[in-house]
Design a protein around this ligand. Structure first.
Ligand code: NAP
Ligand code: MG
Length: 498
């Protein structure tokens, strides 16, 4: 179950082995005031790289660099030139796809097919989509009234300006993709960026910054500071030179950022946690629902913000669906992400493995039945067997809290009203999927769901064209879509007396 490093392409190996400085103003900065952070391969827990643990001084330099770039060459570039730059960046990601996905797999433990498809190809799609927006940010004219100046004639219009310096703070579950979700709309709108990747998975963000320079994006437009959340992350989120914080991560940290941003009137976009329900009605196509429910939670090892981590199945088909999902869970082949035969890799870190196992123990202690998995694999890395817990209810921690691992809690339901109330009972509201062939129910039920993303007969389908955001404690604002671009602008109303 250990990674075979001979599979790495030379470019990936060379990058992992080199010294990893910060990226500020187009330069590699190799002094970090807080020392270094070990980067692990979670299939072995071996240290594969070290990055700098940036402190306030480096964050300050990165924000200054982004501010300088904002009023410098970046501002002088026309919208089509920003679009061209984003398109070139997309092309460079495609060129380096294999090396990037291998690095992401080594560092995050995720399947190579997954890092290739989501971290690289999805990012390429996002960059191309957002490049299109760079030339389509428009204001409007208005025929104003101003009755208190009866003798005047006016011309008035609105303009959308870049909001300014954006702090992009991202988690480790889909690292490169999350970084691009922050970068692409910000740059399309003419903003500049300081990115703070998660300390577990900092490598591909550094590569991305190098590609931005190669793509002709002026130095200082994309800066990357590696470091810890409480260190570099907090320094960045509180920096007075930052105009907008675009954060993806846990609800607890999001709340802390929102609290500070409220005091300073900083703009925020918060993409937070979830405990998304998968609801299977009696008329669903069973094979598709079983397969869909299993991979809604086991895809990306359950480390998805909108993982389908709560399964509700109608009484009449409950046992059949649970048996089917457990059968899939038991057959999933664990191994290192680089091995193409692997169906589930290790979790991202020993801490995450310990956290997931402690939730399983908590569920067991509270009376849950373990129908599949329930333990770590007998191997050196951070593996946890795909787990299904039954005999649970909404009063239990395993049902209420986000585990962020391959742990499904499954419950039967009777009526549509009952399951809607239970689906909506938590403070989270990120995603939900409904499995049924009844078109009236599709509309009625989707309308009732407190979730920012609803899927029918499929789970977790995201696209650059669709805004992605949460209801309730799952966040504020959106990534992706037109909405995310416009949220990186500020509106100015101008009135001219003729
Ligand atoms: P996290 O602990 O909240 O960390 C997210 C990022 O914030 C990391 O870069 C982290 O740094 C940084 N951070 C931590 N404390 C900070 C602070 N006080 N100030 C500023 N930044 C700080 O989340 P995680 O454990 O990495 O990721 C899992 C969570 O992300 C889950 O809750 C998941 O649902 C959520 N998520 C949401 C979405 C979405 O779009 N809604 C997508 C993916 C993940 P370090 O980790 O380096 O210390
Ligand atoms: Mg964390």
């Amino acid at each position: 179950m250990e990674t075979d490093y001979s599979m790495l392409v030379p470019q990936a190996r060379a990058f992992i082995e080199r010294e990893h400085g910060l990226r500020i103003a187009g330069e590699t900065i190799s002094v970090g005031s807080r020392g270094t952070i070990d980067v692990l391969d979670p299939s072995t827990n071996r240290v594969v790289a070290r990055v700098l643990d940036a402190g306030e001084e480096q964050v300050d330099a990165a924000v200054s660099s982004a501010r300088d770039a904002l009023s410098g060459p970046w501002r002088a570039m026309r919208p089509y030139q920003r679009a061209d730059a984003l398109l070139r960046l997309a092309q460079l990601l495609e060129r380096d796809a294999l090396a990037l996905s291998q690095i992401e797999t080594i560092n995050s433990g995720r399947l190579i097919a997954n890092t290739r498809l989501f971290d690289v190809e999805f990012s390429v799609q996002v960059l191309r989509y957002m490049a299109g927006w760079a030339t389509k940010i428009e204001g409007r004219t208005a025929d104003i009234n101003a009755p208190y100046i009866p003798d005047g004639e006016f011309f008035s219009f609105t303009t959308r300006e870049p909001v300014g310096v954006v702090a992009g703070i991202v988690p480790w579950n889909v690292p490169l993709c999350q970084a691009v979700w922050k970068l692409a709309p910000a740059l399309a709108a003419g903003c500049t960026l300081v990115l703070k990747p998660a300390q577990q998975t900092p490598l591909t963000a550094l590569w991305l910054a190098d590609l931005a320079i190669e793509a002709g994006i002026p130095p200082g437009v994309v800066n990357v500071v590696t470091g810890s959340g409480p260190g570099a992350g907090a320094a960045l989120a509180r920096h007075p030179g930052v105009d907008k914080i675009s954060f993806t991560g846990s609800t607890a940290v999001g709340r802390e950022i929102a609290r500070h941003a409220a005091g300073s009137f900083r703009k925020v976009n918060l993409e937070l946690g979830g405990k998304s329900p998968v609801i299977v009605f009696g008329d669903a196509k069973l094979d598709e629902a079983i397969h869909g429910a299993a991979w809604a939670i086991f895809g990306n090892h359950g480390q998805n913000c909108c993982a389908g981590s709560r399964l509700y199945v109608h009484d009449a088909i409950y046992e059949q669906v649970i048996d089917g999902v457990c059968e899939i869970a038991k057959q999933i082949r664990l191994g290192p992400g680089l091995d193409p035969k692997t169906q589930m890799g290790p979790l991202v870190s020993p801490a995450q493995q310990a956290r997931v196992l402690s939730y399983i123990k908590d569920g067991r202690d509270a009376g849950a039945t373990v129908r599949a998995g329930g333990m770590a694999a007998d191997a050196a890395g951070c593996y946890v067997h795909p787990t299904v817990l039954t005999d649970v209810d909404e009063s239990m921690k395993v049902v209420r809290e986000e585990i962020f691992g391959p742990v499904l809690v499954a419950m039967p339901f009777g009526s549509e009203e009952d399951v809607l109330a239970r689906a909506n009972a938590l403070e989270y509201g990120l995603g939900a999927s409904v499995w049924t062939r009844d078109i009236s129910r599709v509309h009625r039920f989707s309308r009732g769901l407190d979730a920012g993303n609803v899927w029918v007969n499929v789970h977790n389908v995201l696209d650059p064209t669709l805004p992605f955001g949460g209801y309730k404690d799952s966040g504020v604002g959106h990534d992706l879509g037109e909405e995310s671009v416009l949220a990186h602008t500020r509106i100015k109303s101008t009135v001219i007396r003729l």
